[in-house]
Ligand binder design. Structure first.
Ligand code: ADP
Ligand code: MG
Length: 599
């Protein structure tokens, strides 16, 4: 059948859009998705001085309710609250610069009302009567009697039902729920004095009781403990940062929160300021937990640049960057966690408890390196190379000594929370604690693999990964490789894979990161690439995750036992990433430099 082509009629008449259309367009800007709408509602509650906020939603995200104990809305203003540009918060443009409330555009409720059924129930303190008003996709009904305590409830249902396009853009219920929960967490973090309760489909999701102190709230919300705190006031700017120590890492940046004037903001440059402060303390792909709270003089920040107000413009972004970077960096340099440990709280580092066939008995066992080692020394300038004595051959021969070369060193101290300083009869040694431990873990694992004796731990409950069926097929097709490396995996259902056991050397917390990585690579490369080699590389990375960090205080005994562990292997000149494990300086060289010895 031939296509019927209709002629388009174009009108040249210029009209002002009717308010309903305007509201719908605005709704698109302010409330892209349920979480954004929720943000607006919560902000209104906080603006109204609420100290209790109860949030519920249904899985689809199309019904949302926020109830608070704030000051309420007067009966006479209920209707107005729903109309566009109706706000009780500013009167003129001057107010824009002195803003202390979240809302001020007066468009959130109007926008939401345009694309949903929205009901307000509210009561103010001076009366015991509550009132409600219902708006259905923009058409506002009459004020009616209702009942509730002092405060306001906003009920939204059938969200976006009159804008099917928006409905189509909603993500899966799980994704919307996650976004909503993250939004609530972000508010809870910044408002410890408020009690938060959140329910999805009547099931309790989050509860945060009132807290007097923001560090406790942060530990509670982010489930990272301990966190540390630093405060700074500089040139009229106030800054407070909660931060984790460098041993306590995340595999994504999800725990970086930035607030300016109490608002959660997105700011790439400040993210960089934070990560830069941690540089050299974290490995590639590791992220800290950091909550930055900034208060800037109102005339130095514009919060009105983005409809959802998630971006701000600083008058002097450099200044803010420097303040955040410096403050955090200085705080990290003081290593407050070291204080804690000195005070008797136990440190994480334990010599590994795993027992496997002793390598000392068969030191000449030829093990094949599983991947190319980078020759670090070759990349250095000749001048530096001269000072760096990295003697692989010597070190390898030392292994057969009964006491072991490393065990015989005298440990002097830990320097810079990173290096073990030690001496032998004729030289000084600096050993990178992290690189050394990493190497030990990696060698152990490699050896176990080549002997087919990886010591694995069986989990009481398998770790389950929900992946698509195809991916699971592919992973299962490599089952023998996984087994060799000490993993026991099995299909748990059409879309889930269970990890029943894993090598001891992997900390449980690194497990999901590891499998996500593997899955991602299989997805992008298939299994045609050298899967096994790749796996060994991952293991190197992850040996690295389990190893003791730079920045971690170590006692003399801990350092000694790490050196002892180093003796278990044909050593260990480079960490699995190709950095040197130790640097040595002969005393004769030192004597020469001090002019005690003529060369
Ligand atoms: P804005 O917050 O920008 O003023 P909104 O559309 O979000 O605009 O809200 C309109 C008005 O409704 C607010 O100025 C406030 O007076 C009132 N309002 C909305 N939610 C609440 C609430 N939870 N408690 C008290 N008043 C509220
Ligand atoms: Mg508002």
């Amino acid at each position: 059948m031939p296509l019927e082509i209709k002629e388009m009629s174009i009108s040249y008449e210029i009209l002002t859009l009717n308010s309903q259309v305007v509201d719908q367009i605005a709704a698109g800007e302010v409330i892209e998705r349920p979480a954004n709408l929720l943000k607006e509602l919560i902000e209104n509650s906080l603006d109204a001085g609420a100290t209790q906020v109860r949030i519920s939603w249904d899985k689809s995200g199309q019904s949302i309710e926020v109830a608070d104990n704030g000051q309420g809305i007067q009966k006479e203003f209920l209707k107005q609250a729903l109309s566009r540009f109706a706000t009780s918060k500013i009167r003129d443009t001057d107010d824009l610069w002195k803003l202390s409330t979240f809302g001020f555009r007066g468009e959130a409720l109007a926008s939401a009302a345009a694309v949903s059924e929205l009901k307000i129930i509210s009561r103010i303190a001076s009366t015991d009567k509550a009132y409600s008003i219902l708006s259905s996709f923009g058409s506002v009904g009459e004020v009616e009697n209702a009942s509730r305590e002092i405060g306001t409830t906003i009920q939204i249902s059938k969200l976006f039902e009159n804008v099917p396009v928006r409905l189509k853009f909603l993500k899966t219920p799980a994704a919307e729920t996650l976004a909503i929960k993250n939004m609530i967490k972000a508010f809870a973090l910044k408002n410890p004095h408020v009690e938060w309760v959140a329910l999805c489909d009547h099931e309790l999701q989050l509860v945060y009781a009132k807290q007097s102190n923001s560090i406790q709230r942060a530990e509670e919300v982010l489930t990272v403990k301990p966190l540390y705190e630093v405060e700074k006031i500089d040139e009229g700017m106030g800054l407070k940062i909660h931060f984790s120590d460098p041993m306590n890492v995340q595999k994504t940046g999800k725990n970086l929160f930035l607030y300016a004037q109490g608002r959660l903001i997105q700011d790439k440059s400040l993210n960089v300021a934070v990560l830069e402060a941690y540089r050299s303390l974290l490995m590639h792909g590791e992220y800290p937990t950091v909550v930055v709270m900034l208060e800037v003089p109102p005339d130095q920040i514009d919060v009105n640049v983005h409809p959802a107000k998630s971006q701000v413009k600083f008058q002097d972004p450099q200044k803010v960057f420097r303040l955040v970077h410096r403050t955090l960096k200085d705080a990290l340099a003081q290593a407050p966690w070291a204080e804690k440990i000195k005070k008797g709280e136990p440190s994480d580092y334990r010599p590994l408890e795993i027992n496997f066939h002793s390598q000392v008995e068969q030191p000449q066992l030829a093990y094949e390196p599983l991947f190319e080692q980078t020759n670090y020394a070759e990349r250095l300038s000749p001048a530096l190379q001269k000072n760096l004595v990295i003697e692989e051959v010597e070190a390898r021969n030392l292994v057969s000594d009964s006491v072991g070369f490393w065990s015989r060193l005298r440990v002097l101290s830990q320097a810079h929370l990173t290096y073990i300083t030690a001496e032998s009869d004729d030289a000084f040694y600096w050993i990178d604690q992290h690189a050394a431990h990493e190497r030990v873990i990696f060698e152990r694992l490699s050896l176990q693999v080549s002997e087919g004796s990886v010591s694995a731990q069986k989990f009481l409950f398998p770790y389950v990964f929900d992946w698509d069926a195809h991916l699971i097929e592919v992973v299962l097709s490599q089952i023998s490789v996984f087994e060799k490396w000490g993993f026991e995996i099995e299909r748990m259902g059409p879309g889930s894979l269970g990890v029943v056991s894993a090598p001891y050397l992997i900390k449980e917390r690194a497990l999901s990161a590891f499998f996500e990585r593997v899955a991602e690579d299989i997805k992008s490369f298939g299994t045609s690439f050298q899967f096994e080699n790749k796996l060994s590389l991952y293991l190197a990375t992850w040996a690295c995750h389990s190893a003791v960090r730079a920045g971690k205080p170590m006692s003399i005994d801990e350092m000694k036992s790490l050196l002892k562990e180093m003796d278990e292997f044909p050593l260990s000149t480079f960490c699995p990433h190709g950095r040197p494990v130790f640097i040595k300086k002969e005393f004769t060289q030192l004597d020469r430099e001090f002019g005690r010895l003529q060369s």
